[in-house]
Design a protein around this ligand. Structure first.
Ligand code: AZC
Length: 833
């Protein structure tokens, strides 16, 4: 009234405030209201989870206003939209991230405090949605963050797995898996949209007929129909209103059960039908870079792709636009080949549902899709047994045959006589059993193809997609991966964030190149000290977590040597383990040796069926048991296997790292993204010339990077000339000793069976050239230790390293995709009042 507002205006402000106000007062009221009116609780009986829910709903209310405004603006303006299709999204916990992106972390902390609780205590309560395996899924999550932050209209489509990536526990040194029931306490971040659902057909057969107009038609009679229901999660950008949608599909039975079956006394059949349908989105396949080839997996892929395409077509047509213009409204990015069936599905929809002619449908389809390849590993390339494929998707098999027939006609003319090339380009592989090559379907059906780091893209063009490159070089480009500085710096490392912002302002959070401004402080003694103090503080925090979780005391002054990622032979955790044994043997040989104390920290999950990877975990924990308990070692060496590596734990580990292990066999790691996150948190890298390491080294300067090992060409050469691991073993006494110890049961209570297959593989047929790189690695590690002794030098290198990492923001990657592939423009979202 003082400001001369009338009654109605005051009323409006009050209503506004309760749901959307960003002040401490408004937040406090919102949290209390939720506890009382939504959950029916009062403070004395509210549990920690009740409070977590109340805070999350209060935050979601504030996001909703921006979400609705974004959707409305995209629709009203008919803007072009990026559609990201990914079978995996490794999002990590939402609450803290949303608080940061909304800019109300402090206010919410204060509100919660005034209600007598601690915000951090609630944040820790969140169970993360682990809907991905590793790099590929996490990249999708970083990209969703950057799309929103860059104000680009985008929708992410995927699967709402009821069970995400398994929880890893370590028992007796071995990995054991437990199901990840992430929804058990409810999910405040999603909105179920029951009205948004689509039918997806499976199996059965196809009828062909000619209609009254003489048009040749196909009718797919399925033997199973599943319903996909949309669950939407808002993805809020940093410091903008833009809030995009992550739309995940849950599978259900079309009716809760079939009454006809029920009435006929087929209750069991009706229930079984329901279970079959719900199974499709039940669980994430826990394989990283290894194809399963199982029917359920193909069903999952088709299920979410079909729902998503039907949804996009619906959105497009509801805007009153021509079906022919679909590709102008949506550009659809295929995150690896998992959604590549979309090429055949869009053809099916355009032909069978919208009655377009083949040429027109094909033209639209090939202007719609773009394909990102994430791996060169042959075992990860998707191939579907043709017979199995035909049973699940009979209509798509026909379509793929027809696509291939037309394509082969052209290819045969172009490459007449080159049978090898023609066979390699075919969508169908021949052999004892025919199969469908999904990378070929994706390549043919897309207007753009990209790799995820410069080296990877070059290797793609020379190897896996060589023939495709020769056929259509204009389709190819590189888009080096990036990571979001919001989650991986601001959220996980607030202390470093404050220190950096204090020096150069906060602009770097949205424009990571501004980190460059730190360079001039690299030699500043005070800044170096503050920098290393932050690192030390983070190492103390992690040490406490290690003590709690593993009852193991580690020294926060030691060098934290961090190797965290999925367990895989090509990532060479074994090479690191051999280094640990070598250090241990040096101590045993000379108990008074003067060495830089190290804490070697491993973390990572092994695919449940990947025996060798599991044996590697056991090797690490077994070495830890001996090293950590040997009195001779006297705290100069500790080995930690931190269980259940996920986004939550990664956020705790990265800030504490001094050294980042990126030691894959050159040519095997497409890019890596952990390398970027660790480096942005001030860790120096020891690594091979592989994936994005090459570009990281170029950016930070070779003097700030510990390089070792064979490069990709040399690896190839060694292989061609015949790799003889045994000679390395024989010629290197340190290496020989380490391998003999493993083999003789030194680390396994004299049990010589435990690591038999592992040792045999290393010595006789290792694909990953561990022994070939051993000495070079040891030398590089010795250089690391020497450098670490000079605290000022190390600080300077670490500062320069961070200052030069701006390129590896996912904002840069997404901007490149937008400009060079997607041709989309930002659409700033305005809020009314
Ligand atoms: C990973 C690559 O292994 C990793 O190098 C890359 O950084 C990441 O994708 C993101 O591009 N690949 C996968 O996680 N999985 C598959 C099937 O490629």
């Amino acid at each position: 009234q003082e400001k001369g507002l009338d009654k109605q205006e005051i009323q409006n402000i009050l209503i506004e405030d309760a749901r959307t106000g960003l002040s401490v007062e408004a937040l406090k009221r919102a949290i209390s209201n939720n506890l009382f009116y939504v959950q029916g609780k009062f403070p004395e009986i509210a549990t920690r989870n009740d409070y977590y829910m109340a805070v999350s709903y209060a935050v979601r209310d504030r996001i909703l206003k921006r979400w609705v405004a974004s959707v409305k603006q995209y629709l009203d303006g008919k803007h072009r939209v990026v559609s990201y299709l990914s079978a995996e999204y490794l999002l990590g916990p939402h609450l803290a991230n949303n608080l940061i992106n909304l800019g109300i972390y402090k206010e919410t902390g204060q509100a919660v405090k005034e209600l007598g609780k601690e915000l951090e205590w609630l944040i820790d309560k969140e169970i993360e949605p682990g809907l991905g395996n590793g790099g590929l899924g996490r990249l999708a999550a970083c990209y969703m963050d950057s799309l929103a932050t860059l104000e680009v209209p985008a929708i992410g489509y995927g699967i709402r797995y009821q069970f995400g990536i398994f929880e890893q526990d370590i028992r007796d040194g071995w990995q054991v898996e437990d199901t990840d029931n992430w929804l058990r306490r409810g999910n405040p971040w999603e909105i179920e949209r029951r009205e948004l659902n689509y039918e997806v057909k499976f199996g059965g057969h196809v009828q062909h007929y000619t209609d009254n107009n003489g048009k040749f038609c196909s009718n797919w009679i399925p033997d199973l129909v599943v319903k996909g229901v949309a669950y939407d999660t808002p993805i809020l950008g940093y410091d903008v209103n833009t809030t995009n949608t992550l739309r995940l599909w849950k599978s259900e039975a079309p009716k809760s059960f079939d009454f006809q079956l029920f009435n006929a006394g087929g209750y069991n059949d009706a229930v079984r039908q329901k279970i079959v349908c719900e199974n499709i989105s039940k669980v994430l396949y826990p394989n990283d870079e290894q194809e399963e080839g199982k029917i359920l997996r193909l069903q999952q892929q088709y299920f979410f792709v079909s729902c998503s395409l039907q949804d996009m077509l619906g959105i497009h047509l509801r805007q009153g636009d021509k079906i022919q213009d679909f590709y102008k409204k949506f550009v659809v990015q295929l995150n690896d080949t998992h959604p590549a069936i979309g090429v055949a599905e869009l053809m099916r929809l355009l032909l069978d549902k919208y009655q377009l002619e083949w040429e027109e449908a094909w033209d639209i389809t090939t202007k719609t899709f773009a394909y990102t390849n994430h791996t060169l590993l042959p075992e990860a390339l998707e191939k579907w047994d043709l017979e199995l494929f035909g049973r699940v998707l009979p209509r798509h098999l026909e379509l793929i045959y027809e696509i291939n027939r037309r394509f082969m006609d052209k290819v045969t003319v172009k490459f007449y006589g080159d049978h090898h090339k023609i066979a390699s380009l075919s969508l169908i592989g021949e052999g004892p059993k025919k199969y469908i090559k999904m990378a070929n379907l994706a390549s043919l059906g897309s207007f753009a193809i990209n790799g995820v780091a410069a080296l990877h893209t070059e290797l793609l063009k020379k190897t896996v997609l060589k023939d495709w490159y020769e056929l259509s070089p204009e389709k190819f480009s590189n888009k080096t991966n990036g990571v979001t500085p919001r989650r991986w710096m601001v959220l996980s490392n607030p202390e470093l964030t404050a220190l950096i912002s204090d020096k150069i302002g906060e602009g770097w959070i949205k424009n990571l190149d501004e980190l460059r401004g730190l360079e001039k402080f690299a030699q500043d003694q005070d800044f170096q000290k503050a920098w290393m103090d932050v690192k030390h503080q983070q190492k103390v925090s992690l040490s406490k977590k290690i003590l709690q979780r593993l009852r193991l005391r580690v020294d926060a002054d030691s060098l934290f040597d961090v190797h965290v990622k999925r367990m895989h032979e090509y990532k060479r955790q074994v090479l690191n383990a051999l280094h640990v044994i070598t250090l241990y043997n040096r101590i045993k040989h000379n108990p008074d040796i003067d060495m830089v104390p190290r804490t070697v920290i491993f973390a990572g999950k092994a695919a449940p069926g990947y025996k060798m990877a599991k044996q590697i975990i056991k090797l690490i924990t077994s070495i830890g048991e001996i090293v950590n308990n040997d009195p001779d070692v006297r705290d100069r060496l500790k080995v930690v296997f931190y269980p259940n590596y996920n986004v939550t734990n990664a956020q705790k580990i990265y800030p504490a790292a001094d050294l980042s292990e990126q030691i894959s066999t050159a040519g095997k790691e497409a890019s890596g993204t952990g390398n970027m996150k660790l480096s942005l948190n001030g860790a120096l890298t020891i690594g091979t010339l592989d994936g994005a390491n090459v570009e990281i080294r170029e950016c930070v300067g070779e003097e700030n990077f510990f390089l070792f090992g064979l490069n990709a060409d040399e690896v190839e050469e060694v292989r061609v000339n015949g790799y003889d691991p045994y000679s390395y073993y024989n010629d290197n006494p340190d290496l020989k000793l380490a391998l003999d110890q493993i083999n003789d049961g030194y680390f396994s209570h004299l049990n010589t069976d435990t690591f038999k297959t592992l040792v045999r593989s290393l010595m006789f047929d290792d694909q990953y050239l561990v022994l070939a790189d051993y000495q070079s690695y040891i030398d590089a590690q010795d250089k690391v230790a020497e450098t670490f002794r000079d605290k000022s030098k190390w600080a300077e290198m670490s500062i320069l390293n961070v200052a030069r990492m701006g390129k590896f923001s996912s904002d840069r990657s997404i901007k490149d995709y937008c400009d060079e592939i997607w041709k989309v423009k930002p659409v700033p979202v305005k809020l009314k009042n």
